[in-house]
Each structure stands twice: as C-alpha cells, then as structure tokens.
Ligand binder design. Structure first.
Ligand code: NDP
Ligand code: 8X3
Length: 252
C-alpha cells in the first residue's frame, strides 16, 4: 500500500514524527491540526520528499472534519491510512477536584474527534476495499492510575472502539490497529499541565522515556506488514516504566 496518509495532530509529538517517517516513502501526506503555522513549517521541511496538504482542523468540529475530508484535492483524495492521533490530557487532579471543562475537552477531542475522523474516511476505505485506521490509545486505556480518571476512560473507549471497528469491517481488507504507548516525551505533559514546563519535565526526570520517533517507527511497522496481517493492538512502555502494586490504604 502506498497511498495517502492522513495524520491528525501532526503539529507535534507522535503525529509530527509520523509525518517525517512516512515522508521518507514519498507518500502523499495530509497533515491536520489547529496550529497551521507549525503545519506549514513541517510542509516546507518535507517538501523535497513528499507531496503535503495541510489542514487547519479542530477535530472537535464535526462539520469541519466532514467537509475537509470530503473536499480533498487530488492526489490526496483517496486516504489509505488514517493515523487518528490528535488528542490530549488535561489535568491530573482526583475526580472530586477535577475541572469538568477539562473532562469535556478530553471527551470532545479523544472520543468525539477520533470517531468523526474515522467515520469520515471509512466509507471510501470500504468502497476501495483497502485502508488502515491506526488509533492512538494509551496504556492508560488498560491500566488505571490516580488522576487518570477521564483521560484514561477516553483511551479505554479508543481500545474498545478499535476492536468493534474490526468486527464491523469483517470481510473487507480494511485494517484497524490500536497503538497503546506509555511514558513518551512529547508536548503531552506541557499540555496536561497548562504550559507549566517545569512540572512537565518532572514527569520524565531521571528516566529514559519513549520518544515520538519510537512510536512513529512502530506505527510505520504496523502499516507496512503484509495486507493479510492485522496487528490489533500494540502496548509499549519505556523500559524504565512498569506497573505499580495495588494500592492498599491502611488505617492507623
Ligand atoms: P502532543 O501534545 O505533542 O501532540 C498532540 C497533537 O494533537 C498536537 O499536534 C495537537 O495539535 C493535536 N490536537 C490536540 N487537540 C486537537 C484538536 N482539537 N484538533 C486537532 N488537533 C488537536 O502529544 P502526543 O504526540 O504525545 O499525543 C498524541 C496522541 O498520543 C494523543 O492522542 C495522546 O493522548 C496519545 N498518547 C500520548 C502519550 C504520551 O505519553 N505522550 C502516551 C500514550 C498516548 P494542535 O494543538 O496544533 O491542534
Ligand atoms: C499517556 C500516557 O500514562 O500519562 O497516555 O496516561 S499516561
């Protein structure tokens, strides 16, 4: 498969690294995010390698997603791979203190934005009997942690939605993969902590976290295996990260 790759959240982190990785193959790329200036900069950096179309897109805007995907110019119109990556965490407060606006932002982006993008590309993939949707889940979708609350729940949605997509696509050659990374140093924590760079840096202090390039390499691999192979999910952690013991509260 060597057709167009649509990457949401391409202005930073995993999405940007995926753009750089897939550009090496010269595939047409559609790069979507809200920060158009960053996308334009990336487009100019990749121009010698691949045709690039940029989309200033807020994935929470259902109409904008539908319009953008239904009005793509040639040679970008037939999307072969959707890297459904745009997403974010907001806050790490326990549920009784968390900001309900943050919860809605995560639901609107990580769940609703993700399904808008998937739903917009699926009909053309099924019609061509070819395509691959790569969703960005997280280890947080499998494993709970304090303060993960709604962020983790959105990623559990992504995991189960990915599995159910596979059921609906039975009999087609359209593939679905859920990528479930752990600790990865991108702008993720800066966004989670509302721009507090020191707090964000402390998340990765004295560890060797995954990098955006690590995840882009894995995404490239799941897309590149032969078409009869569907990698359902990839859970990946930094070697420095493992599971915590169960927390048991003991009264004095
Ligand atoms: P970054 O913050 O570096 O990148 C997030 C990207 O999502 C940005 O390009 C941002 O672009 C885009 N984005 C956010 N909201 C919207 C929106 N409403 N519309 C369009 N684009 C949006 O983080 P990561 O690269 O780490 O995160 C990518 C995905 O990976 C997310 O889904 C995240 O939950 C997931 N993930 C991250 C892990 C980590 O530890 N870093 C681990 C597991 C999963 P812009 O602001 O320009 O719109
Ligand atoms: C991002 C990884 O562990 O911070 O999905 O939730 S984590």
């Amino acid at each position: 498969m060597d057709g167009t790759v649509l990457i949401t959240g391409a202005s930073s982190g995993f999405g940007k690294a995926c753009a750089e990785k897939f550009a090496e193959e010269g595939r047409p790329l559609i790069l979507a995010a809200r920060r158009l200036d960053r996308l334009e900069q990336l487009k100019s950096e990749l121009a010698a390698k691949a045709p690039v179309h940029v989309l200033a897109l807020d994935v929470r805007d259902r109409t904008a997603v539908e319009q953008a995907i239904s009005s793509l110019p040639e040679p970008f119109a037939g999307i072969d791979v959707l890297i459904n990556n745009a997403g974010l965490a907001r806050g790490l407060e326990p549920s009784h203190k968390a900001d309900l606006d943050d919860w809605e932002t995560m639901i609107d982006t990580n769940i609703k934005g993700l399904i808008y993008c998937a739903r917009s590309v699926l009909p053309q993939m099924v019609a061509r009997n070819q395509g691959h949707i790569v969703n960005l889940g997280s280890i947080a979708g499998d494993w709970p942690y304090p303060g993960g609350n709604v962020y983790s729940a959105t990623k559990a949605f992504v995991m189960q939605f990915s599995r159910n997509l596979r059921c609906d696509l039975a009999g087609t050659r359209v593939r679905v993969t859920n990528i479930e990374p752990g600790l990865s140093e991108t702008e993720f924590s800066v966004v989670r902590f509302e721009g507090d760079a020191d707090k964000a840096a402390s998340v990765y202090k004295n560890t060797e976290p995954l990098t955006a390039e690590d995840i882009a390499d894995i995404i490239h691999w799941v897309v590149s295996v032969p078409g009869h192979v569907n990698i359902n999910r990839v859970e990946v952690m930094a070697t420095f990260q493992t599971w915590a013991p169960f927390a048991i509260h003991r009264e004095e």
